[in-house]
Design a protein around this ligand. Structure first.
Ligand code: PLP
Length: 404
C-alpha cells in the first residue's frame, strides 16, 4: 500500500488547476471539513494549520482566560501543555495510570481547584482514557473537555467513536500521524457556538465567517464599508494544498488505521508471554488505533539502551522513548514563557516541585515501536526481530538466575 496514493494526487492537481483564484480558494478545505464531519458523525469540523493551533483555539473557544487552570497529562507530546501557555493559562498536571499510561478521572479530580476551567485528555498512542468517567467529573465541576486525539484516529470506546465524548476534539495531520498532509489539524464539535468561535478565532477574527461558513463573499469583502475584524484572531487557517492531501487521507481513514492495528497485532503475538515487557493495558470496551505499539520495559531486568541496541543489531528499526514529561522540559523548569511569566499568573506555580509519580516511573521505561509500515511483510519482520530480542534477553535473565 502507498501511504500517499492516487486520490491525494488527484486532489492536489485539482487545487493546482484552480490557479489559486479567489473563486477556488478554500474550496478544498471546505470539502475536507465536510468529509471529516461526516466520518465522525459530528456537526462541525474546522481545519487549521496543525494540531497545536487546534488545541490553542479550542482553549480560546472554551473561554479560558489568563490565569485559568487547565488540567492535562504530563506524559504526552508537549503541544498539549504548550497550547495552554499560548492561551495564557496555567497547565496543571494530573498523573497517569501505571498500566494504561493515561490520565484518569481519579487523578484529574485530585488537582481540580476553583481556578480550573478545562481538561485536555490525551488519547495516547491511539488509546483513549476512560472518557465517560472523565465527562462525569467534568459535568460535576462545570469544566470543558477537549480531547487531544492527535495520536488517535478511528479508535472506539464503548461502541462510540473516540472524539465524540468531549466538548471538542483535536486532530493532527503531522507526518507521523495515522493520517497526514505533512502538517495540518482539525477540531470537531457538536456545539454551534464553539464552532463559530473556533472558526472566527482561527480566521483572524473575521466577522463574516462561522462554524459552517469558512469564506467571506466577494460582495462583502470588496465593499469599502466592510468591517472585517470583530475579535482578536490568529491566522491558523489550513491551506488548500494541505487540505487536498488530508481529504484523500480522511477518505482512506479505515484502511490507514487498520494497517497500524495489524502491525500492532504482530508485536502483541511476540510479547504475550514475556514477563518483563508490559504492553499498554487496553481496558474492556476499547478498540485502540495503535499510533505506535508501546511497551513498558522492566529496567531492573533489562537496560533500556541495551534493549534498543540489541533490537537494532537484530535488524529492528529505531525505537523511540517516551518524550520527557512536559513539566520536566527546560521551558517549564525555567518558566521560559516569553514574558508571560512576568504577568504574575505563574508566580505560585513551581514546575520544579511538581511530581507525578506514575508518569515519572513510566517515562524512562517506555519503548515506542513503529506501526507505520505500509507493507505488512516489513511489520511482520520487525515483530520477528522483537521475538528474537526477547529470546536473547530471556536467556540472559535465566543464566543470571542460574549463576546467582
Ligand atoms: C498528543 C499530541 N498532541 C498534539 C500534537 C501536536 O500536533 P502538531 O504537530 O500537528 O502541532 C501531537 C503531535 O505532533 C501529539 O502527539
Amino acid at each position: 500500500m502507498n501511504r500517499i496514493g492516487k486520490k491525494e494526487q488527484t486532489y492536489i492537481q485539482e487545487v493546482l488547476d484552480g490557479q489559486f483564484s479567489s473563486a477556488n480558494t478554500y474550496q478544498m478545505v471546505t470539502r475536507l471539513e465536510k468529509t471529516f464531519a461526516e466520518k465522525f458523525h459530528v456537526k462541525h469540523a474546522i481545519a487549521m494549520v496543525n494540531g497545536t493551533a487546534t488545541l490553542h483555539m479550542a482553549l480560546e473557544a472554551a473561554g479560558v482566560k489568563p490565569g485559568d487552570e487547565v488540567i492535562c497529562p504530563p506524559l504526552t507530546m508537549s503541544s498539549t501543555s504548550i497550547a495552554v501557555l499560548q492561551a495564557n493559562a496555567v497547565p496543571v498536571f494530573a498523573d497517569v495510570d501505571k498500566n494504561t499510561f493515561l490520565i484518569t478521572a481519579e487523578t484529574i479530580e485530585k488537582v481540580i481547584t476553583k481556578k480550573t476551567k478545562a481538561i485536555i485528555t490525551v488519547s495516547l498512542y491511539g488509546l483513549a482514557p476512560q472518557m465517560e468517567e472523565i465527562m462525569e467529573v467534568a459535568r460535576k465541576n462545570h469544566l470543558i473537555v477537549i480531547e487531544d486525539n492527535a495520536e488517535c484516529y478511528g479508535a472506539f470506546q464503548d461502541h462510540k467513536l473516540v472524539g465524540t465524548f468531549g466538548h471538542m476534539a483535536s486532530y493532527s495531520f503531522q507526518s507521523s500521524k495515522h493520517l497526514t498532509a505533512g502538517e495540518g489539524g482539525m477540531v470537531i464539535t457538536e456545539d454551534d457556538e464553539l464552532a463559530d468561535k473556533l472558526r472566527r478565532y482561527s480566521g483572524l477574527g473575521y466577522a463574516g465567517i462561522s462554524g459552517k461558513k469558512g469564506r467571506i463573499t466577494k460582495d462583502d469583502i470588496q465593499s469599502p464599508d466592510y468591517e472585517r475584524h470583530v475579535v482578536l484572531g490568529w491566522n491558523y487557517r489550513m491551506a488548500d494544498l494541505c487540505a487536498a492531501v488530508a481529504l484523500g487521507q480522511v477518505e482512506r481513514m479505515e484502511e490507514l488505521v487498520e494497517i497500524r492495528c495489524k502491525s500492532a497485532a504482530y508485536y502483541e503475538e511476540q510479547v504475550k508471554d514475556c514477563e518483563w515487557l508490559q504492553p499498554q493495558l487496553v481496558k474492556e470496551g476499547n478498540i485502540p488505533s495503535y499510533w505506535t505499539y508501546v511497551l513498558r520495559l522492566d529496567i531492573e531486568k533489562v537496560d533500556w539502551h541495551v534493549f534498543r541496541k540489541k533490537y537494532q543489531e537484530f535488524g529492528g528499526d529505531g525505537i523511540y522513548a517516551a518524550w520527557k514529561l512536559s513539566y520536566q522540559e527546560p521551558m517549564f523548569q525555567n518558566k521560559s514563557f516569553l514574558n508571560r511569566e512576568k504577568s504574575g499568573i505563574y508566580d505560585s506555580y513551581d514546575y520544579k516541585k511538581i511530581h507525578c509519580a506514575n508518569a515519572e516511573f513510566l517515562q524512562p521505561r517506555l519503548l515506542q515501536l513503529k506501526t507505520n509500515y505500509y507493507e505488512l511483510e516489513k511489520a511482520r519482520q520487525q515483530a520477528e526481530v522483537l521475538g528474537k530480542t526477547i529470546a536473547y534477553f530471556d536467556a540472559q535473565i535465566q543464566e543470571k538466575r542460574r549463576t546467582s
